[in-house]
Design a binder for this molecule. Structure first.
Ligand SMILES: O=C(O)CCC(=O)C(=O)O
Ligand SMILES: [Fe+2]
Length: 190
């Protein structure tokens, strides 16, 4: 697990460089504001479900991270909401899935990167195993960094859309409303 998370952290450095360049910022910009600094790792185990139609699907949600790196096995079940429909993210051996999270949307001020809504269907044939690495701070309370839209991305017609918040503000609010199809980031709109 340590080896894997170290490799994901290394991958994160490259991803945040590419995202910085896509935003026409200097390559180290997102790293310099500590987006790549920490990961929170979750290992999911979904037991097989003989009658998935009788269960609740894991609700659609948006990750609170800057970016999330997912490693899924061959069982599948992940779906992303795109153009008003749920699309299967079919497993590809050896491939990772990168999700844009709410903190990335916040710092880019809705300009280029919007967090992806996704959900997971229960596996008919399982179990399903998935490792999720969230690039976000995971600190003791009170030590979270406040994030603001990146000023280089703000133009006259593009003033800040969100309040200045920490990822903990998002996580706490999301925890209070649950995964009920409401995007936590919306709550922090100015
Ligand atoms: O199980 C999956 O494929 C996705 C898990 C997920 O979305 C999450 O942990 O936030
Ligand atoms: Fe997620």
């Amino acid at each position: 697990m340590m080896e894997y998370s170290n490799r994901v952290k290394r991958l994160g450095l490259t991803l945040f460089e590419l995202f910085s360049e896509a935003l026409e910022l200097k390559p180290s910009h997102l790293k310099d504001i500590d987006c790549a600094e920490e990961i929170f790792l979750l290992a999911h185990y979904f037991p097989s479900c003989p009658q998935p139609e009788l269960t609740l699907r894991s609700s659609g949600h948006w990750d609170t991270s800057f970016l999330t790196v997912l490693l899924q096995d061959q069982v599948g079940g992940l779906q992303v909401f795109h153009e008003n429909q749920w699309l299967d993210i079919t497993p590809v051996p050896g491939a990772l899935i990168i999700n844009v999270g709410d903190m990335m949307q916040l710092i880019t001020n809705d300009d280029k990167f919007v967090s992806s809504r996704h959900r997971v269907l229960p596996p008919k044939i399982g179990p399903r195993v998935l490792i999720a690495c969230f690039f976000r701070q995971d600190h003791p309370p009170g030590t979270f960094k406040v994030y603001v839209p990146i000023k280089e991305l703000l133009r006259e017609e593009n003033s800040p859309i969100y309040k200045d918040i920490t990822v903990n503000d998002l996580i706490t609010y999301q925890g209070s409303i649950g995964l009920n199809g409401v995007k936590a980031l919306e709550h922090f709109k100015l």
